[in-house]
Write a protein that binds this ligand. Structure first.
Ligand code: DAT
Ligand code: MG
Length: 139
């Protein structure tokens, strides 16, 4: 048994498209537990911490502009192997490649924007999850 927590973000495109409930429903239907939830308007400083591994990437500016374009719903999700499990629910980063049946595969597509808009974020390891939960659910 490896109960752990992960950070899920419903990104601005997901919130704008009224997909917050859909994302939460998929998480709950899978049997994971929502243990924290809030709406956040992210600023640059928060995003530079969250996406620190991507600061040098050519798409970083566009990624921040997108993530600052509207409210984000931040969710703390708990469950056995939930980090890997939610990544599996989310699907591949690029929504064109993401399999149907996944969140990104069912609802995302390539809009031709510089930053990929793909509805959700999910932490990629339990170490990242701890770090990211500390950023989005500080105090
Ligand atoms: P993931 O969100 O699947 O963990 P990531 O950590 O590699 O993917 O990248 C973070 C986000 O940045 C991703 O969800 C969408 C955007 N992104 C990644 N690679 C990109 C690229 N080559 N061009 C534009 N945006 C990209
Ligand atoms: Mg990532």
């Amino acid at each position: 048994n490896a109960v752990e927590a992960t950070l899920v973000l419903v990104k601005p495109d997901g919130v704008r498209r009224n997909l917050t409930g859909e994302v939460l429903a998929r998480i709950e239907r899978k049997g994971y537990t929502v243990t924290g939830l809030k709406m956040v308007n992210a600023d640059r400083a928060l995003l530079e911490k969250h996406y620190e591994e991507h600061i040098e990437k050519p798409f970083f500016g566009a990624l921040c502009d997108f993530m600052e374009s509207g409210p984000i719903v931040a969710v703390r999700v708990e469950g056995n192997r939930v980090v890997e499990g939610f990544r599996s629910l989310a699907g591949e980063t690029n929504p064109t490649a993401a399999r149907p049946g996944t969140i990104r595969g069912d609802f995302g597509r390539d809009w031709g924007t510089v930053a990929i808009e793909n509805i959700v974020h999910g932490s990629d390891s339990s170490l990242s999850a701890e770090r990211e939960l500390g950023i989005w659910f500080a105090e």
